[in-house]
Design a protein around this ligand. Structure first.
Ligand code: NDP
Length: 288
């Protein structure tokens, strides 16, 4: 048996096209153009690549993009003042502060300064709390993209055994909350977990967000399981995920490739969240 490949690139393209059409309708019917502000501090090359692709996707969707590039030694006060101005700017519906921030800046303080209704990354404590308590939230883009891939493949997730490997605020924790909200039975594993292979072998759904190349072995996978590989690891052999793809593919029912799986969905979900933010602030129906 060979697993089906979950084509995140194609699904993300569909989603972006749908969003583009909704943006065009919002502009022509209501004269509203959703706007996304991206703040990049310092010159981390990976962050610069992410910001560039976010800016391109924003423009392609017909949204307005505002880019703020600040030097690595920007004082925290300056950054907080910028976030304050973006909070007050009616042309800005979404604010994204690219992480990581330089070490002299208190990342939590800056993120929590973002107005919750403009928090398109879903990282503020208010949106994390809303998600955890089943209230309407801005949901972090990477787990939201993973959920869409899972729903597209499996339909209902009710009663399925899901294992999330990783408990970061960006991926693992919100992923577990989303799976729980979708009625899966959820286990969250981390670096102190015992018997990870055994936990994995009973999972119908595995979401790997560890940050270690090919960490999840093929013989950990339950036959027919759906495997979502969030990992992006740069190795001598190029970009690889957190799952040993070639081995897992022989056992799983479906698996995301790296690249071309979760990554493209993350950016499409950022656009989706920006559109949602624009709709909510203008009291228009929620986009689907
Ligand atoms: P973090 O480093 O913040 O978290 C990694 C998690 O993995 C931690 O919870 C850690 O546990 C856990 N972990 C580490 N070692 C083990 C182990 N041996 N066994 C079980 N669990 C372990 O990473 P992120 O969540 O930010 O990112 C995870 C991966 O996803 C990275 O490769 C990143 O590049 C990628 N990523 C991809 C995105 C995309 O768009 N595709 C977006 C964001 C991230 P503990 O908490 O105990 O330390």
């Amino acid at each position: 048996m060979t697993a089906d490949i979950i084509d995140g690139k194609a699904l993300a393209a569909d989603l972006r096209a749908r969003i583009g059409a909704q943006v065009a309708a919002m502009r022509s019917t209501h004269g509203i153009v959703p706007g996304l502000a991206v703040v990049l501090v310092g010159d981390d090359p990976a962050s610069a690549v992410y910001v560039r692709s976010k800016a391109r996707a924003t423009a392609e969707a017909g949204m307005q993009g505002f880019e703020h590039r600040l030097p690595a030694d920007t004082p925290q006060e300056t950054l907080l003042a910028l976030v304050g101005r973006l909070n007050d700017d009616p042309a800005v519906n979404g604010i994204l502060v690219q992480l990581p921030l330089p070490p002299h800046v208190d990342e939590t303080a800056v993120i929590n300064a973002i107005a919750p209704e403009k928090d398109v990354d879903g990282f503020t404590v208010l949106n994390a709390g809303r998600l955890a308590t089943g209230q309407r939230a801005m949901v972090p883009c990477t787990p939201l993209g993973c959920l869409m891939l899972l729903r597209d493949r499996l339909g209902s997730l009710a009663g399925l055994d899901a294992l999330v490997i990783g408990r970061s605020n960006i991926v693992g924790r919100p992923m577990a909350q989303l799976l729980l909200a979708n009625d899966a039975t959820v286990t969250v594993a981390h670096s102190r977990t015992r018997e990870l292979p055994a936990l994995c072998r009973r999972a119908d759904i595995v979401v790997a967000a560890v940050g270690r190349p090919r960490f999840v072995q093929g013989d950990w996978i339950k036959p027919g399981a759906t495997v979502i590989d969030v990992g992006i690891n740069r190795t001598d052999a190029g970009l690889v995920g957190d799952v040993d793809f070639d081995a897992a593919r022989r056992v799983a029912g479906a698996i995301t490739p790296v690249p071309g799986g979760v990554g493209p969905m993350t950016i499409a979900c950022l656009l989706a969240n920006t559109l949602t933010a624009a709709a909510r602030v203008n009291r228009l129906p929620e986009p689907d």
